[in-house]
Design a protein around this ligand. Sequence first.
Ligand code: FES
Length: 195
Amino acid sequence: MSFFADKQALVTEILGRYPQGRERSAVMPLLREVQNAEGYVSEARVAEIAQIIGSTATEVKSVMSFYSTYSSVPTGKYHLQVCMTLSCALKGSDQMWDYLTDVLEINQAEVTPDGLFSLQKVECLGSCGTAPLMQVSDAGYYECLTKKRLDALLADMRARGDGSLPPSDTRAPIYFEPHPSSPAPVTSSEPGGTA
Ligand code: FES
């Protein structure tokens, strides 16, 4: 069944954002519509988008593969994206990943039987100073993670169960020598601090 068949006004509005002859530029907002509605972009939706913008499925997939925000497989209500790039790796992201696969009993691109959680390894999330971290779904960054903080976050998400996110807890990096204008650093004495 088509996703966009009953959304012609939306398709027209999206295509209208770009000059005539540049319909291929609409690939990302069209992907976003599907990703938001269905949690992932299936082969059938890729083909549909390619047809709308006068492109090929291969080209649409090449855009998808560049951005971790699009998934080609179903995701859970809480899509946990763990940064595995250098700064996070040096701060234990491998161990964090192993811990998550153990407690959730799923692996890369899998969803827990209750549909709540899915896991994905991603490249640098752009917050290397607060490694290790993960992004949940399309929003929340959870930084300076430890087992203790992960357990608390997973318990919070389980209790919510509706995809709503625990409060953002963006943390200040720990500076060797705090700059006068820096926010107060997190210390191990704070609840949920380094454990
Ligand atoms: S290396 Fe993980 S956020 Fe940059």
